[in-house]
Design a protein around this ligand. Structure first.
Ligand code: FEO
Length: 172
C-alpha cells in the first residue's frame, strides 16, 4: 500500500500533467493562429506527452490499489503578444512541474518508499530533458527568431518533431 499522502500527491499530479497538456495545446492554438505551424505541431506533440505522463502516474496508482479520482482541469490563463512568450511560459511551467515531482520524491525518500522513488526516477530524468528543451528553444529563438529566414528555418525544424509514446502500461 502506498502512503496516503504520497498517493494523494500522485493523484493531484495526474491532474497537473493533464493541465500541462491543456496549456501546451493553448500554446499550439496561439502558434496556429500566427501561421507558425511548426511551433504549433511541436506543442501538440508536447501535449500528447503530457497526457502520457498523466496516464503513467494513473497506472502506477491503480497498480498499487489506489482509486484514482479526477479533478476539473483549469482553463489555461495565458495570453500572448509575441512568439517568444509561450516559450518563456513553457520553461517556467516545466520548472514548476519539476518542483512538484521533486516534492513527491522528497516525501518518498523521507518515508523510505523506494518503490515510488524508483517509479519517479523516470520523471526526474524527463523533467531534466524538458527543462533543457524549453531553454534551448528560447536560446534558438533569441538567435534566429527575429529574422524572417531564421524564423522560417526554426519553424521547419520544430515541424519535424515526431511523437514517441511514453510507456503507459502497467508500472509494476
Ligand atoms: Fe509532464 Fe512537461 O512534464
Amino acid at each position: 500500500m502506498l502512503n496516503t499522502k504520497i498517493a494523494n500527491l500522485l493523484n493531484e499530479q495526474v491532474n497537473k500533467e493533464l493541465y500541462s497538456g491543456y496549456l501546451y495545446l493553448e500554446f499550439a492554438n496561439y502558434y496556429a493562429d500566427e501561421g507558425l505551424d511548426g511551433f504549433a505541431h511541436w506543442y501538440e506533440i508536447q501535449a500528447h506527452e503530457e497526457r502520457d505522463h498523466a496516464m503513467m502516474i494513473r497506472r502506477y496508482l491503480i497498480d498499487n490499489g489506489y482509486r484514482v479520482t479526477f479533478d476539473a482541469i483549469a482553463k489555461p490563463d495565458k495570453t500572448f503578444s509575441s512568439a517568444i512568450e509561450p516559450l518563456n511560459a513553457g520553461f517556467e511551467h516545466e520548472k514548476y512541474v519539476t518542483s512538484l515531482i521533486n516534492n513527491i520524491y522528497a516525501l518518498a525518500f523521507e518515508t523510505k518508499d523506494f518503490k515510488t522513488m524508483q517509479f519517479l526516477d523516470w520523471f526526474i530524468k524527463e523533467q531534466g530533458e524538458e527543462e533543457k528543451n524549453a531553454e534551448d528553444q528560447i536560446k534558438k529563438f533569441k538567435m534566429f527568431g527575429h529574422d524572417a529566414k531564421g524564423l522560417y528555418a526554426l519553424n521547419q525544424e520544430l515541424a519535424a518533431r515526431v511523437y514517441t509514446p511514453s510507456a503507459t502500461g502497467p508500472a509494476m
